[in-house]
Design a protein. Sequence first.
Length: 463
Amino acid sequence: MQHQIFGAVERAKQALRAKDVDTALVHLKSADVAAAPAIAAGTQRVNALRATGTPKARAEANTLAVQVNEVVTARRKVRDVLSNFGEGGAPHGAGLFARVPLYLLAASNNVLADSEWIHLDTVATDEETGQSPDLPYLDYRIHGFVANAPRVGADIIVAEDLKAKGFPNIFLGEGPVGLQSYDGSAALLGGLRNKPAVKSPNRTTCTFQSYAVGDGATQGAASVDLNFEASLVVEILHDEAYGDINSLAARRSGSPLLGSSAAPGAGWVERIPMIVKTTDAFNLTDEPQVKLGWDDTADSEVNSVLMESEDIPYQDAQVVGLETEYVEGVDATYPSIVLLEDFKVKGGSSLFAQEDKIAAWNFLGDASEFHTQYVANTATWRSAGGWGLHKRPALRHYPKLDPTNRIQLTVSAKNKIDSDGALGANGSGIIAYCQAWALVNRLHDEIFGAPGGAIEAMLQALE
């Protein structure tokens, strides 16, 4: 059995030296499968020999124990490589916690139900509920809550009763809490009382009100309309299509993935630009930046634009994430929202946690890379530290990308609402400019070979 395990590891090394990663992973998986019964049988035999108490048996037990420990060490190395480089498993630098957005539960002041933002008007009694979409294909555990928290003057937004059906409120306090406590641009976020597991058809809800600060401060009486986005930060426990690759239980103890999203070396996680593939009144094919319009009469998009990764025929890669940069409100007076949908390898399923649209602010890049983001109502959104619990939100899967594949993303925008609570006061126009990059781990380059952190790193991990 020991020979079988070490033989499989050696065959994997040979495949890696020949730049054949897929064959190497097959051999490593076979070594992992063979290791478990070998360790169990060897441990049982060691215990039995030591129980006899004879010098000969103890000597034999000690020799066998060394062999078992060698197998244990080999299996740990194999599992490290499978965890960090195997197809479907997120390599270092990829996200762990996914985002599930909260949509407006009920129509309010010309904002339709299921809109991708929460709207609060100046009515003192206005209280709105955000609700997560139904996700019948996966179970998840709530680890955090994150929002952008725009302020206009002294007005703030408060949240209350964050709970999944059947669970009590999981905010630390029972009363309203300022949304700034959970603003994703802050270095630290407010905590939660519990981390409930959510299964379909269960949904998570949260109530929101505005709060006008001043003489006789009054909850629900902001001086202007406020619009914002909020999301749950979740661990995907099980996914019908992609399994449980993002489950904490599936991660090995002490993995850097649990405590840091930083890539372990320069050039490990890199950007592939997404370019425009939809030709319309605003866009030409192959532009590096998408221009988005809005409809002045309804809560709807003018254009929905397909973006696609560039043609890179000479290298293989693995998709590990997504980053965006955008400017809102360019030709408009009031705020808009940039939305993302169907981030996927062409022909595959969406890699976002939910099948519908998600606000692009969830995928803003790092502050050192992207400039400050502005919205038209003078509130500022900053990308400072990664928007919440994790720099790069997790995907449902981390597929391989060979030179014939293309990564796709659909981008659109909507106007939110004007300060009088009515749509259509501003005229149609271009309201958002957006760039997007697929984040990839490069596996092999026909000209330059494998970058540091790919094949060489796998070989080093097996030594």
